[in-house]
Design a protein around this ligand. Sequence first.
Ligand SMILES: Nc1nc2c(ncn2[C@@H]2O[C@H](COP(=O)(O)OP(=O)(O)OP(=O)(O)O)[C@@H](O)[C@H]2O)c(=O)[nH]1
Ligand SMILES: [Mg+2]
Length: 417
Amino acid sequence: MAMPKPIRLLAAATMALFLFLVIQIMRSPTTVKLPGSNDGKVEDMARDPNLDDTGEPPEPLWRVSGHNYDPDNPDSDRINATLLSLVRNKELSQLVQSMQDLERTWNHKFNYPWTFINDEPFTAEFKQVTQANTKAACNYLLIPKEHWEIPSWINQDLMHESANILEEQDVQYAHMQSYHQMCRWNSGLFYKHPDLLDTQYYWRVEPNVHFFCDVDYDVFRYMHDHNKTYGFTVNLYDSPQSIATLWPETIKFLAANNHLLAENNAMNWLTDKERRPEHNHKANGYSTCHFWSNFEIADMNFWRSPAYEAYFEHLDRAGGFFYERWGDAPVHSIALGLFEDKSKIHWFKDIGYQHIPFFNCPNSPKCKGCVKGRFTDGEAWLNKEDCRPNWFKFVGNEWSAADSMSEAAAIATGPAS
Ligand SMILES: Nc1nc2c(ncn2[C@@H]2O[C@H](COP(=O)(O)OP(=O)(O)OP(=O)(O)O)[C@@H](O)[C@H]2O)c(=O)[nH]1
Ligand SMILES: [Mg+2]
């Protein structure tokens, strides 16, 4: 028996509504929550963008074609760049782990040279094993003493006393002098090594990190062609106790150097106090948000600019690399947030990465070995340390459709000056 037409229409409309609701429910929730309640996963990030399908950033992209990236090609398409690793001889096996991941996912195609750097001479074994893990050239550099040693104006008694106080506040590595030296060197000295003075771009690689995704374009050329200064994967909050006077010193510096502020800066990312007010309070006005600098792909010319040189000099004289535990991550990040146009800072979302305990793991068939959208495999409270929501809020997510259209428009009209 045929149904009357109005009933058929009503049934069809009900079915359509039902399907629409099912599709809405099947779409990912607007707030990401790990299993288990109150796990600290950011509450206000509407959907983790690492769950979205992730491809490559926009063209132009340079790829392997014929012999253009062969290691011994004197006319290769490589630009002036190096993979850069500060490392100790005893970390050889952990470094080989990082090398093997990066060679497998990217560098066996592009063959950029490796530069290993150390405050002590590298052993023959270190040189032999590292070179055996790449077809690319390897350079082994020794840090000049004057770049590494604790500067003459640092008061040793005060330094030890300060380390006791930091330790009481649970600041990691408070008493480890070499850690403070490493942070200072990474902040303002690595690019001054005589053998790096002519190098422009670097990709920083630490021992015992992981890379998960095949990357099929020349990332250094990407930085150059898209007018980027700095690329990051992970964006975090810092331990405010380790940098209590970093922001006050920055404000002092700005009082005399306000003209150095970039027009399109990321000041509101640096000073946000809404998401974690207690961090801002303990860091005296700094959100503590920073790019996690164990991964950096960047243009050394920014560090060599008069603005950064003056800022680093100011911080270095203030002594906080030794009286507190200022890290190169917050120092680099504050400088970028203040003195660089924020559109020149790029999230390498497509580079799957892990330094214990945090990940950047995109949703892409090119990635193997990490869980897409998983930020940490440590304790659940570590999810709170993700500062990307603030980056997206104040700067934007260039991988979203709207933001990528504006980047394409900017490239079409030529690089900014
Ligand atoms: N040559 C040399 N390299 C160092 C020294 N201290 C640290 N490094 C390197 O500097 C980088 C950062 O040091 P890490 O000990 O990994 O510091 P971290 O990442 O804050 O700490 P972890 O969470 O323990 O990895 C790594 O590439 C180390 O190999 C040092 O005294 N000499
Ligand atoms: Mg490390």
